[in-house]
Design a protein around this ligand. Structure first.
Ligand code: PAF
Length: 278
């Protein structure tokens, strides 16, 4: 496995090897089984797989969150080597941003709901770094996790609006046995908080059950708010019930369309997000 830290190095390597297909898995490191599932899918579908590891400062709206984001490059490289990844791209912030980008990407409606609303500037940072990485790696296919459902929508727009010549592949969320979605942030939870963390998944299952019983989203949200009040370890940021395709809030379940329950909550000072699609 090759590890590159500069744009010139990885581009020279890719040019001289000219693989027929390149699968790309962009990450911020602290890899878990969810990332490995993306890597394995990429390996199965492409001649060469590139994984980037870059904690992108421009997508953090909270400096403390950026500082505390886990960084485990050595361990990540071991995991990637074992998984059979071909190339790791782990640039420094200076390499990616010799000057801070002046470009601003506005994803319209998606900026004003959920992650867009609670993390101002987040998707601008995601959009810019992903566009840069696509230009550097020039992948045939790029792999993303369904856990970041709104990020998936944003990157879909980025690919369409900027005509990136690649296919986006979205992979299912991988969960711990108790339902907690795998996330790099989980390792920051204390053992006690980790015990509570499964309740995020439970709150989505409760919501799904009530919706299928015919309750309106208004009633369901109120019942779920009560659930979170009974579990004061959590500071709920939002609990949305939306159409899966548009991510717009819905009032009632439409049996002809897929529904997404989307949650963001703080637990033990760690911000966790998850979603459940049915
Ligand atoms: O999902 C992530 O880890 C990040 O948002 C991404 C796509 C690697 C961009 O920094």
């Amino acid at each position: 496995m090759k590890v590159f830290t500069t744009i010139v190095e990885i581009q020279n390597y890719l040019k001289s090897n000219h693989p027929k297909t390149v699968g790309f898995v962009p990450t911020m490191g602290a890899l878990h089984e969810g990332h490995i599932a993306l890597i394995m899918k990429s390996i199965a579908e492409n001649e060469l797989t590139v994984c980037s590891i870059f904690v992108n400062p421009t997508q953090f709206n909270n400096l403390d969150d950026l500082k505390k984001y886990p960084r485990t490059l050595e361990q990540d490289c071991e995991i990637l080597q074992d998984a059979g990844c071909d190339v790791v791209f782990a640039p420094s912030a200076e390499e990616m941003y010799p000057t801070l980008p002046s470009l601003k990407i506005d994803f319209g409606y998606l900026e004003h709901i959920m992650e867009g609303k609670f993390r101002p500037g987040h998707f601008n940072g995601v959009g810019i770094v992903v566009a840069k990485l696509f230009n550097i790696v020039k992948p045939t296919k790029a792999y993303f996790g369904q856990k970041d459902v709104q990020q998936v929508a944003v990157i879909n727009r980025l690919i369409t609006d900027l005509s990136f010549d690649l296919k986006m592949v979205v992979c299912d969320t991988i969960r711990e046995k108790d339902g907690l979605a795998m996330s790099s942030r989980n390792r920051r939870l204390s053992p006690e908080a980790r015990g509570h963390a499964t309740k995020i998944f439970q709150s989505m299952i409760i919501g799904q059950k009530l919706l299928l019983e015919g309750y309106s989203t208004f009633v369901v949200k109120n019942k779920v708010l009560d659930f979170y009040k009974e579990n004061p370890q959590f500071k709920l940021e939002y609990y949305e019930i939306a159409d899966f395709e548009t991510l717009e809030s819905i009032d009632e379940l439409n049996p002809k369309r897929r529904t997404a329950i989307i949650v963001a909550a703080h637990l033990d000072g760690v911000r966790l997000i998850d979603n459940y699609i049915f």
